[in-house]
Design a protein around this ligand. Structure first.
Ligand code: RIB
Length: 303
């Protein structure tokens, strides 16, 4: 089983021509309301790969929770590990997407801030399972969850999104570490590393700290991975005509990657599959609603 420890949100997305500058008011073409949150997005992407996936999270006891959980259940994500806060509302995100598919996000954690690593049942943490976490939930709880999983023999993946300052010891808790270029630079700066500008050198520097495999995603340029043994993998994404909305593409990558790893795929194939899934997710608006199924991914990979 793939266990995702992370956030659930309801996303309110405004579609605009151009993202507003400081102090500017722009008029949106319209808005959509849909399920989101990095944890929930990653769980759903994994479930669409056909992998048994459980989400451990916390929502409010409100209508938004019903809406987001229903979507997860419809997509066969197990939600019995989702607790309800007595005081805080379900997390929300306000997203602005421009004509080129670029976005800005304001995240209100709400009940996500009350998640506890104690919600993780120990019987699902063992060497056949994979734990995937991100950074929209409190760092202390994520660290305990990763440690619990790693100590029990499970494989662990941390997607450092959104970027936060972490002690270098956290890097030893994840077998795989996924960041985008901005997050990688932030991490390099806060850990006071100096690998220079080359992307492979950046991944190598981060990889050496925790003896972990570091994957840096580079949007339309693909991604680079460096293993602790210094094996380097660079993959380009399939070409698409137009990005409609890149919201949640990173989550689609992380969830699909975790699913592939769970299924025993080698690192290169897992990255290639994940990058294809993330690319396909940019062709439709929204986060979860844009995620492809296994067959869509396979079909594009054949081309
Ligand atoms: O990564 C995309 C997600 O980030 C959105 O679904 C939104 O909920 C924000 O948390």
């Amino acid at each position: 089983m793939l266990v995702v420890f992370g956030s659930i949100n309801l996303d309110l997305t405004y579609h605009v021509k151009k993202l507003p500058k400081d102090g500017e008011t722009v008029i949106a073409n319209g808005y959509t309301i849909g399920p989101g949150g990095k944890g929930a997005n990653q769980a759903l992407a994994a479930a669409r790969m056909g992998v048994k996936t459980a989400l451990v999270a916390k929502t409010g006891d409100d209508a938004n929770s019903v809406r987001v959980l229903n979507n997860l259940k419809r997509n066969e994500v197990m939600t019995s590990g989702v607790a309800k806060s007595e005081t805080l509302p379900t997390g929300t995100a306000t997203i602005i997407v421009d004509e080129k598919g670029n976005n800005q996000i304001i995240y209100v954690p709400g009940a996500n801030n009350e998640i506890s690593a104690e919600q993780l049942p120990s019987d699902i943490l063992h060497n056949k399972n994979v734990l995937l976490a991100q950074m929209e939930t409190p760092l202390e709880e994520t660290v305990v969850a990763l440690k619990k999983a790693k100590d029990s023999g499970a494989r662990t993946i941390l997607n450092l999104a959104p970027a936060q300052k972490i002690p270098s010891i956290v890097m030893q808790l994840a077998h795989y570490f996924i960041v985008n270029e901005v997050e990688a630079d932030y991490l390099i700066k806060t850990l006071k590393l100096d690998p220079g500008k080359n992307i492979t050198d950046k991944a190598r520097a981060l990889s050496q700290i925790g003896k972990t495999t570091v994957i840096i995603t580079l949007a339309e340029k693909g991604c680079v991975a460096v293993t602790p043994e210094d094996n380097i993998i660079a993959i380009e994404p399939p070409k698409i005509d137009k990005v409609v909305d890149s919201t949640g593409a990173g989550d689609c990558f992380a969830g699909t990657f975790a699913a592939c790893l769970h299924e025993g795929m080698d690192l290169k194939s897992a990255i290639k599959t994940a990058i294809t899934a993330a690319t396909l997710s940019c062709l439709k608006p929204g986060a979860q609603n844009s995620y492809p199924y296994k067959d869509d991914i396979r079909e594009l990979m054949k081309k």
